[in-house]
Design a protein around this ligand. Structure first.
Ligand SMILES: Cc1ncc(COP(=O)(O)O)c(C=O)c1O
Length: 391
């Protein structure tokens, strides 16, 4: 990797990360390691900090002006076109504070009232929490796994729609399983959704984070049917590490949905912050070089993790992800005396997210965030091995 970012990242110690006091690094306590929360330890891109400095100098801390919301739509649409070849009308993009809020809106205002929500599992934890907060049932549908490669179980998804489900949550790239779905897989899903008049909430927050060999295809771009039945949520917040700034985008590719959005009124979706909006604009417009450096680093790290596990924890199964910086580690062959994520968090003091939190199919596994300096990654694997192998 050219440039100085990898050297800067590599020289960051666990002690320095603990001292920064992020959510990820506070969770494990004084001497522990943070690999749970989905944040990266790589600082921020200069165009983003510069944009935030300008905003601060102007003290632009009022409510979000329409001019900034419009600029966000243009920057996001331009990024979608440049990176994924998807032609989105900027006027179809709405600011929201975050993707979880976008999910709440999709369930509350765009799915059949009272209908269960269909969630492929193992699933990003809020997908299993938010529907309940809105008084909805969840139909969990396990992904089909083959040697660590997970695909949709279309028959089971079909059954979930027949059982009354209406909105399906599609996470692509997939947290926690690391998949980036092919055009054929997305088309298979579309056929099932269409058969039942269903809806799709496409969470594409990780879309810029893919590795060689995988290409993100926006779900709504795959066909007119997919565009008509889906709502897409995205943000610069994962790829440029900005989740605390509160800005995401909802892309509305159906005319009827745009009318419904107007009927909802502004309070239903308000909350994107000026700093978040200018940071997203800067990321989409000028964050490319930083992103490419980070992706090169993460690509090396996902492979380094395979080497480290082969050396220290050979029975732990890991398939390097196609996208995201999250590894799904399968310990079912290890015969451990308890839930592996709990053992790792308690004994190795490496805070991870334990498999059962991801719903059906999570048992015996855990999610591990490898977006950290490589020397720290090596320390974490050694600590896990010491705790699991001798423990
Ligand atoms: C798949 C997925 N969706 C949504 C989120 C949360 O996004 P936000 O902070 O915009 O709510 C995350 C965060 O890790 C995520 O991985």
């Amino acid at each position: 990797m050219p440039g100085g970012l990898s050297a800067v990242i590599d020289s960051t110690t666990a002690a320095a990360l603990r001292a920064r006091g992020s959510a990820k690094w506070s969770a494990p306590g004084p001497d522990g390691y943070g690999a749970g929360v989905a944040e990266m330890d790589f600082g921020a891109a200069a165009p983003i900090t510069e944009a935030l400095t300008r905003l601060t100098e102007e003290a632009a801390f009022g409510y979000l002006p329409q001019r900034l919301a419009d600029e966000l739509g243009e920057a996001c649409a331009h990024f979608q076109r440049r990176r994924f070849g998807w032609e989105v009308d900027p006027a179809h993009i709405r600011p929201v504070p975050d993707v979880v809020k976008a999910l709440e809106i999709a369930i509350a205002h765009f799915s059949r009232p009272g209908s269960p929500v269909i969630v492929p599992t193992p699933a990003y934890m809020p997908f299993l929490i938010v529907p309940g907060l809105l008084g909805r049932q969840i139909i969990q549908v396990r992904m089909r796994g083959d040697a660590g490669l997970f695909t949709f179980d279309l028959d089971a998804i079909d059954a979930a729609f027949r059982a009354g489900g209406h909105l399906l949550i599609l996470c692509n790239p997939y947290n926690p399983l690391g998949r980036v779905f092919s055009r054929g897989e997305l088309a298979g899903l579309t056929a099932v959704v269409e058969r039942h008049g269903g809806r799709v909430f496409a969470d594409e927050i990780h879309s810029p984070i893919t590795y060689p060999g995988a290409r993100h295809i926006p779900y709504a771009s795959t066909s007119d049917a997919a565009a008509a039945h889906s709502l897409t949520a995205t943000s610069a917040s994962k790829a440029w590490n900005l989740p605390g700034l509160k800005c995401a985008q909802m892309i509305l590719t159906s005319h009827a949905d745009r009318e419904q959005w107007e009927r909802m009124g502004p309070l239903a979706s308000h909350g994107a912050s000026n700093p978040g909006v200018v940071a997203n604009i800067a990321a989409f417009r000028h964050g490319g070089p930083w992103l490419e450096e980070v992706l090169g680093y993460l690509d090396g790290s996902r492979r380094l993790l395979a080497d480290l596990l082969a050396r220290h924890l050979p029975q732990m199964r890991y398939r390097p992800p196609e996208g995201t910086y999250l590894a799904w580690l399968d310990c079912t062959a290890m015969g451990l005396p308890g839930s592996p994520g709990e053992l790792v968090s308690e004994r190795a003091r490496v805070t991870v997210v334990d498999g059962p939190a991801f719903g059906a199919g999570g048992e015996g596994c855990f999610r591990f965030n490898f977006a950290t300096p490589r020397p720290v990654l090596a320390e974490m694997v050694e600590a896990m091995a010491a705790a699991l192998v001798t423990g």
